[in-house]
Design a binder for this molecule. Structure first.
Ligand code: SF4
Length: 336
């Protein structure tokens, strides 16, 4: 049975844009616009979209590095949307984030053991020997030698630094981890190692994960379900196998068709995205995707914003497209 751990309801994040001599607010950017999603205990939800679509902002709201402008976040039954200061401390212990760039997220002047240990100190593990013991165990768990605790970040490769980032995030035994593009800065060969490690750690530590990436090829390996985000909104969500075999939203089709096939004998239908991602300062009318959509219907798609609706043949497959869900549903194109 699936049990929700994180529930987002109408989550919205707006950033003011300031300008002029007095730095007055001249506009508002809707980085995340009314996202409602559930992440179940023990699952990995992949969150995918192009740069600037709001996926990192969403992840940062969930670990409460950002306070949402509107909507609510419920974590394990408790509303944590507007907690602050001391109220956040127990929550911080249970929720962690792994950043994209492991080098800039580590203090270059601190030995890595000290950086990993910081969370233990903050959360009251007073016994020094216990702290060192737990750091050694954690380094071992992420595939590094415990003696590396005395080294500095510059002495490690990119993949090793991301392992250190994982050790630091997991030392407090969190329930929920947001992995924000954890392999984007790594070479392809190292990416696979870190993804496998993440998968093993998730199983061993019974974690719930939000895995953020800009590439559908990366999340396929680790996710149970995948959500696709466009201009601050979720446009499609379903189980991993279904999303990759039967995508509904034209944007998902385009992202999928961009994944290279490692077999030169096979080809794939290409759905090329037209134009640039619109500015979130001035999103298009109707469906935000309509200026780039190859099947957009004039008078409908440019006027009415589609809601996230169930697919005709699956309870768990939702998409926001007038022509792919609801009464006018067209069959999706097959991405093979
Ligand atoms: Fe394309 Fe219209 Fe569907 Fe938007 S609602 S994705 S514009 S077909």
């Amino acid at each position: 049975m699936t049990e929700p751990l994180v529930v987002m309801d109408g989550l919205t994040m707006q950033f003011p844009v300031r300008g002029g001599m007095f730095q007055r607010q001249i506009a508002t950017v809707n980085a995340v616009a009314g996202v409602s999603l559930t992440i179940n205990r023990g699952e990995t939800l992949g969150l995918v979209g192009e740069s600037g679509c709001g996926k990192t902002t969403l992840g940062r709201m969930l670990v409460r590095l950002l306070e949402p402008t509107e909507g609510t976040i419920t974590f394990d039954g408790e509303d944590i949307t507007h907690l602050s200061g001391k109220q956040l401390k127990p929550f911080r212990k249970r929720v962690q984030i792994v950043f994209q760039d492991p080098f800039s997220s580590l203090d270059p002047r601190s030995q890595v053991g000290s950086s990993i240990m910081e969370g233990l100190r903050i959360h009251g593990v007073k016994d020094k020997d216990e702290r060192h013991q737990r750091v050694a165990e954690m380094l071992d768990l992420v595939g590094l030698d415990p003696s590396h605790a005395q080294r500095f970040p510059h002495e490690f490769s990119g993949g090793q630094r991301q392992r250190i980032g994982l050790a630091r995030a997991l030392i407090l035994k969190p329930d929920f981890v947001v992995a924000d593009e954890p392999v984007s800065a790594l070479d392809v060969s190292v990416q696979a190692q870190v993804l496998n490690l993440l998968k093993d750690l998730k199983a061993e530590l019974n974690l719930t994960l939000l895995f953020v990436a800009h590439n559908l090829a990366v999340v396929e390996h680790v996710s149970d379900r995948v959500a696709v985000m466009y201009l601050g909104q979720i446009v499609e969500i379903t189980e991993r196998e279904r999303l990759y075999s039967t995508p509904l939203h034209p944007y998902t089709e385009a992202l999928l068709s961009a994944i290279p096939i490692p077999d030169p004998g096979r080809t794939r239908n290409r759905f090329t995205l037209q134009g640039e991602v619109p500015s979130p300062l001035d999103p298009p009318s109707g469906c935000y995707f309509h200026p780039r959509c190859s099947i957009a219907q004039s008078g409908l798609c440019d006027v009415e914003q589609p809601s996230l609706l169930r697919s005709v043949d699956s309870e768990s497959h939702l998409a926001a497209c007038h022509l792919r869900t609801g009464p006018k549903a067209l069959p999706p194109k097959t991405v093979s």
